[in-house]
Design a protein around this ligand. Structure first.
Ligand SMILES: Cc1cc2nc3c(=O)[nH]c(=O)nc-3n(C[C@H](O)[C@H](O)[C@H](O)COP(=O)(O)OP(=O)(O)OC[C@H]3O[C@@H](n4cnc5c(N)ncnc54)[C@H](O)[C@@H]3O)c2cc1C
Length: 459
């Protein structure tokens, strides 16, 4: 075990899926110098490497380092500066998107990209090059980053950006923490007039209807996403609920809300119980939920004004909802296939439906232009994300078959969601892996930065 002079606490860590716990020494550096100290300790003889961690919202083992050091970035030189004229924000890597969003909204700005939960950090957003419901319009988080401060294993704190050591910058965007510890990021922030969105909703009878409507109308909306009923079969396979939205203008709000159009009070409505027996979310309960959800959605609704948190982060209303999957946890599977591979997408959805895969959180999105980052997940095409109980019989076989189809279609799976893929499949899905490794080897020749994910997938 690395010598940290008594600092750090040994803890058992998992990702959001709560599978594959491993123990590491967790430290909470406050400065770049303390980050460098931790990396030095991890590199010492007997060290088992180190990795940064944000809020642990990656589903699998990306922010774990069995036997090594995990740098919890929560205390990293807290700081947040908005340059309203330039339209940029500079935030320490441990800044949560929840606090960042509140800070920005109060000043008439919003984050450039927000994922399905606000409980992620700026460091995690860059390291996974996260995408949101606006990917078709605005690409991923990395596309909005102007510069990063990064501590590399040699102890240096560097500034990198699209114009300053671009190879290291793009290897860090989507690089899953394996090129250095990000301490700070400067990124573009868009102006908004309100803390609400104007939402159009359409129930779609099957997958083809969803694909057609999204392809035909996505360009007219800033945000789109389609919830899919993965348990519907036959002619209804892939039926869903498509929601598309824009930021609301003050005039869109009800008269009372216009007095404080940027008011933002996201709430947690419930807390999942600490202990849930296995099997609560099964084929029957999920089918009942999906059927009710689809039936209750408006067939066609236009211009409903909704809060940002209700639209972007409905899951955050139930704290610890991942515990509902019981003691064995959950596996999230997210893949993307290029445009033109719709037949393969249909076959994957039909295969999952036929297998009775009990996912109540299945979402389909349309990706636009990607970033030059070699390990960034989004590429132009379709992406589907689903959650399944980790103890579902036959799960490993089912998802392996999906991997094969995704690969055959020229697609890939998302590393921030992965907890189970095989290295060969991932290597084939990311053809720029060799280019990324060349940069990683330049800054970290001894592979001090490593994670359970990096070891499992031989990155
Ligand atoms: C409910 C839910 C919904 C989600 N929806 C989406 C979505 O819509 N789109 C999407 O793209 N993702 C989504 N995610 C995944 C999530 O956005 C990413 O996994 C994100 O990276 C998590 O951020 P985090 O701060 O919790 O990082 P962690 O989970 O702690 O770490 C994730 C990765 O980032 C690295 N990292 C963290 N901090 C730093 C740092 N300071 N320096 C270097 N590397 C660092 C870690 O080493 C690790 O590899 C969702 C997750 C959940 C739980």
């Amino acid at each position: 075990m690395a010598d940290l002079g008594g600092a750090g606490e040994r803890r058992l860590l998992t990702g959001w899926g709560r599978t594959a716990p491993t123990a590491a020494t967790v430290v909470r550096p406050r400065t770049a110098a303390e980050v460098a100290d931790a990396l030095r300790a991890a590199a010492a003889p007997g060290g088992r490497g180190a990795i940064a961690r944000g809020r642990g919202r990656a589903y699998g083992d990306a922010a774990q380092c069995a036997g090594g050091i995990v740098l919890d970035c929560a205390d990293l030189a807290p700081g947040l500066r908005l340059d309203a004229d330039a339209g940029t924000a500079t935030a320490s890597a441990g800044t949560g998107l929840a606090g960042l969003t509140a800070h920005l909204l109060a000043r008439g700005f919003f984050v450039p990209v927000t994922p399905g939960t606000r409980h992620v950090t700026v460091g995690g957003a860059v390291a996974a090059d996260i995408h949101g419901k606006n990917h078709h319009a605005d690409s991923s988080f990395g596309a909005h980053v102007r510069s990063l401060r990064l501590v590399t294993p040699d102890g240096a704190e560097r500034t990198v950006g699209p114009d300053r050591d671009p190879d290291l910058f793009w290897a860090t965007v989507g690089g899953m923490g394996l090129t250095g510890v990000i301490t700070e990021a400067t990124f573009d922030v868009p102006r908004v007039a309100t803390s609400a969105v104007r939402v159009d909703t359409d129930r779609v009878p099957d997958l083809d209807a969803a694909l057609d409507l999204m392809a035909a109308t996505d360009h007219r909306y800033r945000y789109t996403v389609c919830w899919i009923d993965l348990l519907a079969r036959g002619a209804a396979t892939g039926r869903g609920v498509l929601t598309r939205a824009h930021h609301a203008e003050a005039a869109d709000l009800p008269p009372r809300a216009r007095r404080d159009p940027l008011r933002y009070r996201p709430r947690t409505a419930a807390v999942a119980p600490p202990l849930v027996p296995p099997g609560l979310l099964n084929r029957w309960t999920v089918r009942a939920f999906n059927t009710a959800y689809h039936a209750r959605a408006p067939r066609r609704e236009r211009g409903r004004v909704q809060s940002l948190s209700g639209f972007f982060h409905p899951l955050d209303a139930v704290a610890g909802w991942n515990r509902l999957y019981g003691p064995h946890g959950l596996v999230q599977y997210q893949f993307a296939v290029p445009f033109g591979a719709e037949d393969e997408l249909r076959r994957i959805v039909a295969g999952l439906s036929a297998a009775g895969a009990p996912s109540f959180l299945t979402v389909l999105k349309r990706f636009g232009a990607g970033t030059p980052a070699p390990l960034s997940f989004p590429r132009p095409g379709w992406t589907l994300a689903l959650d399944l109980p980790a103890d579902l019989p036959g799960l490993a076989r089912l998802l392996r078959a999906c991997d094969e189809r995704v690969l055959a279609a020229g697609g890939r799976i998302y590393l921030a969601k992965d907890s189970r893929a095989a290295p060969a499949a991932v290597h084939a899905m990311y053809p720029d892996l060799a280019a990324w490794r060349a940069v990683r080897d330049r800054v970290d020749p001894d592979r001090v930065l490593t994670s359970d994910l990096a070891r499992r997938l031989d990155l």
